[in-house]
Design a protein around this ligand. Sequence first.
Ligand SMILES: *Cc1c(COP(=O)(O)O)cnc(C)c1O
Length: 366
Amino acid sequence: MDHIKAAARIFNFGAGPATMPVEVLEKAKWELVNWHEAGMSVMEMSHRGKEFVAIAAEAEASLRELLAIPAGYRVLFLQGGASMHFAGVPMNLLRGKTKADYVNTGEWSKKAIAEAKKFCEVNVAASSEDKNFTYVPKQSTWKLSKDAAYVHYCSNETIGGLEFQWTPDTGSVPLVADMSSHILSRPLDVSKYGLIYAGAQKNIGPAGLVVVIARDDLLGQALPTTPTVLDYKKMADADSMVNTPPTFSLYLAGLTFKWLLERGGLAAVEKVNIAKANRLYDYIDGQDFYSNPIAKEDRSRMNVPFRLRDEKLDAKFLEGAEARGLSQLKGHRSVGGMRASIYNAMPPEGVEALVEYMQEFARANG
Ligand SMILES: *Cc1c(COP(=O)(O)O)cnc(C)c1O
């Protein structure tokens, strides 16, 4: 495998598992067989040994620094994918109440709603299904209930390519967000949230890890039937180690957090992300061979779906893209067309190469 060099890496536009920073992969490769003279790899360490406990503590400290997480919030490193926490959220946050408010802006919202219905009454406070999830409903139209245990929304709809560019205000009712596909892409005011959760495989690292950031006072009232490993309070009190955490994924997430800090933190990372997204959307808006259906002010900086004027050209477009090392551009099966996911780890050169290819393809086939 000596011939597989970083220089030969493709630009991977997949939505998740997604591209990771090459510097992180190189560092992990360097440390793989013998981590810091421990004589073993991170994968082989006891999660209770001093080496791994330090790795986990450092990952948490880096994440706290990146997001400026206030005291009074617990950081959990859990498993089960974001999908597991569609159930984990109501199990932990109903706190004796029987109702929760959900905002429906796309496929991931719908899945969260379906799961929550197993545990409580769900009030869909707002929805953009009437226009095929192409916009974010303004807060003034939301019908929040007074007795909701929390308000849940998906702040970046990975499949539809829809992102909240603002933070909802739910007063004293805790705000809960699935941030799987845009966490760490921009600064965030954690204090506005009761709970934030995110699967790692979009913008953090390898699959198998879920980050949960929860306000401490909301924890400790889980439904009695909650599995121990899904009980956020028990997990918080055990430093996420009631059982074996996904150790290697957590180690890689820690390297990614460090990588983001080295690049100047989230304000600096956001600037790059805005420039990448603008490059792609500006090109799409400036011609009529490709189109994006999302209301301009609600477009995702991370996931950019687009259609070709003639969908009979889709296969040819994808084939030509692959031949140039522009990979995984096929849109989600529920939406069709194309989707370019341009997470933190996608360098601007990748977006530039994509736009160049799109221009050439449109010229040759338009
Ligand atoms: C990918 C994704 C999920 C599901 O993640 P799994 O790890 O597959 O459970 C949930 N929500 C959003 C917004 C996602 O992008």
